[in-house]
Write a protein that binds this ligand. Structure first.
Ligand code: GLN
Length: 540
């Protein structure tokens, strides 16, 4: 295209949770379909260096990139929509910014100057805004600013956006503000005032939004749009309606209908070369909305009160299920509510069981019971990370007769540590960013379900864990029918286990859910759902 990278900033106002990540991903998808190379980055206003240490109850899932960054879950949306990888540089927090600045200060790099929010913090923010654009790989970078305008925390980011206008110059930067138009049912009216106020807040910070994307439950009549345009100082055709959608995957097409991409291209003076009709995307949506079968799968985990904690797994089921024209009804069941006496009752209507990733001891027994139930009753089972470790412990206890088998995460002094701390983890004292993180190769064994799913012998998958299968016990496991069907070729670590004599009982030490996208559903999820469908058919 021969142009330097252009920047789109997306801010949010009125309330949080308006779906900036989905709007960013949808816009990126539309630009991508026009032959424009685009990536998305997220700037989060909290002080943690990264979300790796955040409780999933509070913040939802921690998403892991190929290069091993622990990131905000919005990066998962970016990858799922764009079918392209993100990296450490795509997620920056206030904590990281301050850490960088303070490290420089300690090195004496500021040459005796007083280090201040403006310009030092804002300079560091801007360096990070521009970083991904350095090698000319992207025509457009979309930057999502986390939080709401007006929050104390977001101020330096908004100030950096204001300054970026001067760095980048006209036609190279665009600010999209996502806002809410609430509907007062008593008055039967859509209200624009909160939007006016939130735009005022941006204006006070010196930032005039170019486009307003207005979340709403009702269509915006022209007079409402006119009012918003007038009071917020934007062109009428730049007031974009964003109606609530049935599925997040509808949003790119809704935004296309509203011509968001056209407005963006015209404002940034970009002429797109192609304009593909998003055929594959539409095909996906068609199947998503017209399933020919449905199955019920239990997801057993301890963070079920906040489904966002399992975002990537939930989306992976949508991708894989849709590819099979199968609606997956996912039942989130708290592992703390499952026990020996009620497990059969809780799982009896389920066609498959997934034991989720997790940390710590809470809810462990429920997970073990669920794995046992699935193993003994030939119910398809998929264990991810901790879910794989659980399957191993359960098998050791109840099949190998090692009644005290456990993971050293749960009991550091257990007699049979079938899951134990990886050698490289032993001396680690700092918690943040020190797990086994990111993509590692895995080699699959011939004749296994894992190989049948992937259809190739060498794969790479993303990890996030400290503990691993203890190879000392492998022979014993294999003798009794639980085999290692995937191993790390360099270190021999067991990455996938499966039961030989079971229709589909597979556990992965890695997280397949991080690699599932709309256009590339993950083969293990596809195979699992297939097995679940077959189980359901045989049941009836
Ligand atoms: N707690 C386990 C470990 O650290 C599993 C982690 C996970 O499920 N992501 O190995």
């Amino acid at each position: 295209m021969g142009l330097s990278t252009k920047h789109i900033f997306i801010t949010g106002g009125v309330t949080s949770s308006l779906g900036k990540g989905i709007i960013a991903a949808s816009l990126a998808k539309l630009l991508q379909s026009r032959g424009i190379s685009v990536t998305i980055q997220k700037f989060d206003p909290y002080l943690n260096i990264d979300p790796g240490t955040l409780n999933p109850y509070e913040h939802g899932e921690c998403y892991v990139t190929e290069d091993g960054a622990e990131t905000d879950l919005d990066l998962g949306h970016y990858e799922r929509f764009l079918n392209a990888a993100t990296s450490q540089d795509n997620n920056v927090t206030t904590g990281r910014i301050y850490n960088n600045v303070i490290t420089k200060e300690r090195k004496g790099e500021f040459l005796g100057k007083t280090v201040q929010v403006v310009p030092h913090i804002t300079d560091e923010i801007k360096n990070n805004f521009y970083k991904l654009g350095k090698d000319g790989k992207y025509d457009v970078i979309i930057t999502e600013i986390g939080g709401c305008v007006g929050d104390i925390e977001s101020l330096p980011f908004v100030e950096a956006v204001r300054q970026a206008r001067w760095d980048l110059g006209p036609n190279n930067i665009l600010v999209i503000h996502l806002t809410l138009i609430p509907y007062l049912s008593a008055a039967k009216e859509l209200k624009t005032k909160p939007t006016q106020h939130s735009v005022k807040q941006l204006l006070e910070a010196g930032v005039q939004p170019d486009i307003l994307v207005c979340r709403t439950e009702h269509h915006l009549p022209v007079d409402v749009k006119k009012k918003i345009a007038l009071f917020c100082n934007v062109q009428l055709n730049c007031v974009i309606e964003a109606m609530d959608a049935d599925s997040i995957y509808d949003v790119p097409l809704l935004m296309k209908k509203e011509r968001l991409d056209e407005r963006v291209l015209s404002k940034l003076k970009i002429s797109s070369k192609t304009n593909t009709e998003l055929e594959q995307w539409k095909d996906f949506l068609g199947k998503l909305k017209n399933p020919t079968m449905e199955v019920d799968i239990a997801l057993i985990g301890k963070y079920v009160s906040l489904p966002d904690a399992y975002k990537s797994i939930i989306e992976s089921f949508i991708h894989a299920g849709t590819s099979l024209e199968c609606k997956v009804n996912l039942h989130l069941i708290s592992s703390e509510e499952v026990n020996k006496d009620n497990v059969a009752k809780k799982l009896t209507d389920m066609d498959g069981v997934l034991v989720a990733p997790g940390f710590g001891i809470r809810g462990l027994d429920g997970k073990l019971e669920a794995a046992k139930f699935a193993r003994e009753n030939e119910v398809p089972y998929f264990g991810i990370c901790l879910g794989m470790q659980i399957a191993v412990i359960e098998f050791a206890r109840n099949v190998l007769g090692l009644s005290e088998a456990s993971s050293t995460e749960i009991n550091p002094d257990c007699k049979d540590p079938v899951i134990f701390l990886m050698a490289e983890q032993k001396d680690i004292t700092q918690m943040g960013g020190t797990m086994r993180l990111g993509a590692y190769p895995c080699e699959l064994v011939k004749g296994t379900k894992a190989l049948a799913a992937y259809g190739k012998q060498k794969v790479t998958e993303r990890h996030r864990h400290r503990y691993e299968f203890n190879n000392k016990y492998l022979k014993e496991f294999e003798k009794h029918g639980m085999i290692a069907s995937g191993k790390n070729p360099d270190k021999g670590l067991v990455e996938i286990i499966e039961l030989k004599e079971h229709p589909w009982f597979v556990g992965t030490q890695f997280h397949p859910e991080y690699k599932s996208t709309v256009l590339n559903p993950h083969p293990l999820f596809v195979r699992f759902i297939k097995a679940v469908g077959e189980y359901k058919q045989n049941k009836s």
